[in-house]
Design a protein around this ligand. Sequence first.
Ligand SMILES: N[C@@H](CCC(=O)N[C@@H](CS)C(=O)NCC(=O)O)C(=O)O
Length: 205
Amino acid sequence: MSAQRPIQLYDFASSPNCQRVKVVLAEKNLPYETIPVDLRKGEQKKPDFLKLNPYGKVPVIIDGATVLYESLIINEYLEEKYPEPPLMPREPAKKAKIRILIDYGMAHFDSPYQKLRQELMKDAKERNQEVIDGAKKDLKNLLQRFEREIGDQLYLAGEFSLLDADLIPRFMRLEGFGVLPDPALPQLGKWLERMKQRPSMRAIM
Ligand SMILES: N[C@@H](CCC(=O)N[C@@H](CS)C(=O)NCC(=O)O)C(=O)O
């Protein structure tokens, strides 16, 4: 029997959506090869790529005969297909809570996060400081929930889980945008530093 090829990851290095998959691949010690897709050149909209992901976005993984896109769904797949080490608790109620928090960190953060990102991408003299301040304030308010959730635990749901892996790329950007660290969010600040020490973060730092 011939050995199966390692997982292939269609990747754009600075993409947070690709980065969350890379963290999970590394946490699970899964060998993989990256196939760079240059988003600046529009390679993600070429017909061959659209056959893999009709949305024309990275990441995409190929695992044997399985082709998958959507980073959060890829990570759920990796967790189920390669259960060791586990990145989700066994109890359905705990799993459901983690999924609620992943959704919160993605969907609920999206509007102020994108607003801030768009504004900061502009030339400094064209930026609207009111928009920046408003988006930062909204993000800090949303982050309070994670500050309460983590409490004195090491990771967002106690043990390291998909919740940490899925959210870390976005939270690293929040640090780059000057939202974190914040004196009002001390536990999250410590978590961010703790996350940076994990070997799996080397793939994205
Ligand atoms: N919901 C998707 C979003 C994927 C996504 O937006 N990827 C970006 C890179 S971070 C992309 O490929 N953008 C190129 C484009 O939209 O043309 C996921 O989680 O995988």
